[in-house]
Design a protein around this ligand. Structure first.
Ligand SMILES: [Zn+2]
Length: 233
């Protein structure tokens, strides 16, 4: 039986997974520019609080001012429109905040998995844990929240965090999800996949799961087979 994955776990994991194997032995990054971040936000719109996903759809006014091309408020300049033609992109300041958060999250994921078993993509370049915790908490504090009780008619009561003022900042919303996930029992199911070339973290969905996907399992078995034959030769 498969164990479900919570919304918080899904967001934290998917943020980490924007660093991924590129298919050629290297590591690809889905968040190298605001267009990439906007695409990621669109793909996760259903999981993000309204303010976070809406704000990510608008160009960052601070950045526009930096470039000296401020126009009538809210006007979208061609440079702000995604190259994929799917509307305005997220701002650069937002991209920096999300990337810094991702580095912190991956450092803490590396700590959460069994000792000495972080993703190979992280083994050589991890942020110190104390700095990662500080950065995660500082990012979460960009949107101060209060706890609220949500008790729907046909379900049990749940604790939600609601922004004190207005709407949630994207990086803050992701930091809240990462904190909730890391402090939950779900953390014990977190693993780094050690199939050849894979750099993914994943959440075990059943007790005997060893690889992030069946295709990684196949690659790992083939590699072990070759390893054994080489040892005998
Ligand atoms: Zn894998």
């Amino acid at each position: 039986m498969r164990e479900p994955i919570s919304r918080d776990a899904r967001l934290a994991l998917d943020l980490a997974l924007t660093l991924r194997h590129d298919g050629n032995g290297g590591v690809a990054d889905d968040l190298t520019d605001p267009v990439g971040l906007s695409a990621w936000v669109r793909a996760h719109a259903g999981l993000l609080p309204a303010g976070a996903r809406d704000r990510a759809g608008h160009p960052d006014p601070v950045r526009r001012a930096d470039r000296g091309d401020t126009t009538a408020a809210g006007a979208v300049r061609p440079a702000d429109v995604g190259a994929r033609g799917a509307g305005p992109t997220a701002g650069t300041a937002q991209l920096v905040a999300v990337r810094e958060l991702r580095a912190a999250v991956r450092a803490l994921f590396a700590r959460a998995v069994r000792p000495g078993e972080p993703s190979p993509a992280d083994a050589a370049r991890l942020m110190p844990v104390s700095e990662a915790v500080r950065r995660l908490n500082e990012t979460a504090a960009r949107t101060p929240t209060v706890p609220v009780l949500d008790w729907p008619e046909n379900a049990g009561p749940v604790l939600r965090r609601q922004p004190v003022h207005g709407t949630a900042d994207l990086a803050a919303a992701l930091a809240h999800a990462a904190i909730a996930f890391l402090a939950s029992p779900d953390r014990d199911r977190l693993r780094a996949c050690h199939a050849p070339r894979c750099v993914r973290y994943f959440l075990k969905e059943h007790p005997r799961q060893e690889w992030c996907t069946p295709s990684c399992g196949n690659r790992a078995r083939v590699a072990r087979h070759h390893e054994r034959h080489r040892a005998r030769a």
